[in-house]
Design a protein around this ligand. Structure first.
Ligand code: SFD
Ligand code: AMP
Length: 634
């Protein structure tokens, strides 16, 4: 530890993360900061050009409301999101993002992102809310704008943020370390925006052995947002609402383009289409069972019922969809031309955002126009921006939010000066890449306003910082002290390496909290047992050891995952019903209970006592509520 220099950086607004939300925040905050003489600093654990979930690129922009075209209204989008989340949504947050998202998409296009256009020059839609893009360089384009806005002097790349600095109840900055040099960083700030994404590898992935690490969600988003906000004492929401995407099996290629653009069917081994044969099951989940589109978790659920009955594998019928679309193009010559086009689009869909799926197709001789591909429900992820909802409980916009949802600045958590966006903010699903950027812009503007209104730099207790430095770097010293104790550096009675620690966490979550191996099923006794085992794991986190900076990062990533895991288990336990079958099923409370649980299940870890508090928060509507029969219109 002695050879670690401490670098102090003092700023006004500190943006943590360099992904979609952080880039949005950077662009917007830079604009307002210049007008108000506010200093903005951004810190990313990686290089912004290719950091976060969009690193590989994407093939679609999943949120575009098209308000100016007049086809959709804000209320349409809010209804869609609330229905998809089985009634549990902060309408004020969703509407706020939805009313700004189109302008974000137009900025992307201005910055150079190619969005597909038809012959009339209109955007090509994948579905009602989704646009097709040539998105291999999506993140590079978005990062470039953020970097230009802030200037590289204000950006710190390859610094891993571990946790918050506090001044009493107020946030005062963050601490972390370089993953390239022996430097410990202390960032002091008036406001902090947490935008460090969601979490993967909390649950055991389907991939194992040589495929280990392959997941749908990027392995480098490890729950840092959840840890940061929890440790600061912020109230969290929807921690039970994990996301389970159905994906092309083993390489996690997305299905959206296949279902929506190519209009493909998914069938079981007996050529039965579960979305048709299992339709009666939807009755059990009314009113949401009756909406269109059918909520993502219920779509999952119908497929899972087939799998549980031994009717797998489940196939995406790519060959059938391509054939149908090419035949519809007209005479044989036109049909052949169309076929070539569709083939190219099918490969590009994966090459744009999940390259390994294209590699798997090539490796297994799959030509999508000839052969179906297996699809499967993936392991659970924490991603507040997609069809999950976990994140911090944040203040809504003054003009839309009911008083219960508004405490001053938009996107501010319940901790003063701490802002959240993208995967870090909860109960506002379906923002995706574009909505996360838009929410980042909203949060960035609000955080600058906070800095202007609260000009005094918070106090940072440097003795506390020294303690944190010691704790954060301890795994390096531990390894040095004990590494001679065994012949295999991974196995040692005095320490645990982060990978072994992660395996333990994943096993607990998989078996007790409803992972892949337990068919996404859990119950109160299982969850309680899981909590007991998580406590032992937490005790052993004091024994983590690292053979270098990279492994030090791995240590803290897994501590972050463990905190995300605990918040999840506690909230699944608290909500005594099954609301999202297809995401998880509580065998002891197998039904949805609208009377007692049509509410948010929130939690908070108290930094003063170390105790967890669970609470219900009401669902308040900003638009008149549809009657059950109107839900069918979505
Ligand atoms: O269709 C630290 N998403 C898709 N969105 C779309 O709009 N279209 C699609 O086609 C999408 N598809 C998709 C998507 C995600 C994934 C994983 C795949 C495919 C394979 C969703 C979006 O990607 C997602 O909504 C946004 O990216 C969310 O934005 P944000 O900012 O909340 O998260 P981020 O972009 O991952 O950025 C996180 C940043 O934090 C950094 N970071 N920095 C410092 N210290 C730490 N400790 C940190 N921990 C993390 C990261 O480096 C990164 O910069 S489809 O298949 O669903
Ligand atoms: P995905 O590739 O699964 O991430 O989906 C991309 C987008 O399409 C998201 O907005 C999904 O909600 C939506 N989507 C995917 N499959 C379907 C489906 N079968 N019906 C309706 N929407 C879907």
């Amino acid at each position: 530890m002695a050879n670690f220099e401490t670098i102090e950086v003092t700023t006004d607004l500190l943006i943590l993360g360099g992904g979609m939300a952080a880039c949005g925040a950077a662009v917007e905050a830079a604009y307002w900061a210049k007008k108000n003489n506010v200093k903005v600093t951004l810190v990313d654990k990686a290089a912004m050009d290719r950091s976060g979930a969009v690193a590989m690129g994407l093939s679609a922009i999943n949120q575009y409301v098209g308000l100016k075209d007049g086809k959709n209204t804000l209320k349409d989008y809010v209804d869609y999101v609330r229905n998809d989340l089985m009634g549990i949504t902060r309408e004020d947050l969703v509407a706020n993002i939805a009313r700004h998202v189109d302008s974000t998409v137009h900025l992307f296009e201005k910055w150079g992102l190619p969005i597909w256009k038809d012959e009339q020059g209109n955007y090509v839609h994948e579905g009602r809310w989704q646009l097709m893009i040539n998105g291999e360089s999506y993140k590079v384009v978005v990062a470039e704008a953020a970097k230009n806005a802030l200037g590289m002097d204000n950006i710190y790349e390859r610094i891993f943020i571990v946790g918050p600095l506090m001044d009493g109840e107020k946030v005062a900055g963050a601490v972390g370390f370089s993953v390239r040099e022996n430097k410990f960083y202390v960032f002091k700030a008036k406001a902090v925006l947490a935008a460090m994404g969601g979490a993967v590898h909390v649950f055991k992935p389907r991939s194992s052995g040589e495929g280990l690490g392959r997941a749908w969600y990027p392995p480098w988003n490890s729950g840092s947002s959840a840890y940061f906000t929890l440790k600061a004492g912020a109230e969290m929401t929807c921690q039970e609402v994990r996301f389970i995407p159905v994906r092309f099996k083993d390489a996690y290629g997305p299905v959206g383009a296949w279902f929506l653009l190519f209009k493909s069917r998914a069938t079981n081994a007996f050529d039965e289409e579960y979305m048709v044969t299992r339709r009666p099951e939807l009755e059990n989940w009314k009113p949401y069972g009756g909406v269109k589109p059918i909520p993502a978790n219920l779509r999952n659920w119908l497929g899972m019922l087939d799998v549980m009955e031994g009717k797998g594998p489940i196939y995406m019928r790519t060959e059938e969809a391509i054939q149908k679309l090419s035949e519809a193009a007209g005479d044989p010559k036109e049909a052949k031309k169309k076929l070539k086009e569709l083939e190219a689009e099918a490969w590009e869909d994966f090459l744009d955002m999940t390259i390994s799926q294209a590699i798997l197709w090539a490796a297994t001789n799959v030509q999508p126009e000839e052969k179906s591909s297996e699809i499967a429900a993936a392991e659970p992820y924490f991603i507040g921006s997609h069809s999950g909802a976990s994140g911090a409980w944040v203040s809504g916009p003054a003009d839309l939010a009911p008083p219960e949802y508004n405490w001053g600045y938009a996107c501010m958590a319940t901790v003063k000066g701490l802002f959240c966006a993208g995967d870090a903010s909860g109960a506002s699903s379906h923002k995706f890449s574009s909505g996360s950027h838009a929410e980042g812009r909203i949060a960035g503007k609000a955080a600058v306003a906070y800095c202007v209104d609260n000009p005094q730099q918070p106090n940072v207790d440097m003795a506390k910082v020294e303690e944190l430095k010691k704790e954060i770097l301890a795994p390096l010293d531990r390894y040095e002290e004990f590494k001679g104790g065994s012949s295999d550096p991974d196995i040692n009675p005095n320490y645990i390496k982060p990978k072994m620690f992660m395996f333990r966490l994943q096993k607990i979550m998989d078996e007790y909290a409803g992972g892949v191996s337990s068919q996404f099923k859990t119950s109160k006794p299982l969850l309680n047992k899981g909590l007991e085992l998580l406590k032992f794991l937490s005790e052993d986190s004091d024994k983590l050891a690292a053979d270098g900076l990279h492994e030090l990062m791995r240590c803290w990533e897994n501590v972050h995952r463990m905190w995300q895991a605990e918040a999840h288990v506690r909230t699944v336990l608290f909500r005594e019903e099954t609301r999202w079958p297809g995401y998880y099923f509580r065998a002891d409370t197998p039904k949805m209970n609208q009377n007692d649980w049509l509410c948010f299940a929130n939690c908070r870890w108290d930094p003063n006592t170390g105790e967890w508090e669970m609470m219900k928060r009401p669902i308040l509507h900003i638009y008149p509520q549809p009657q059950d029969h109107e839900l069918l219109g979505g």
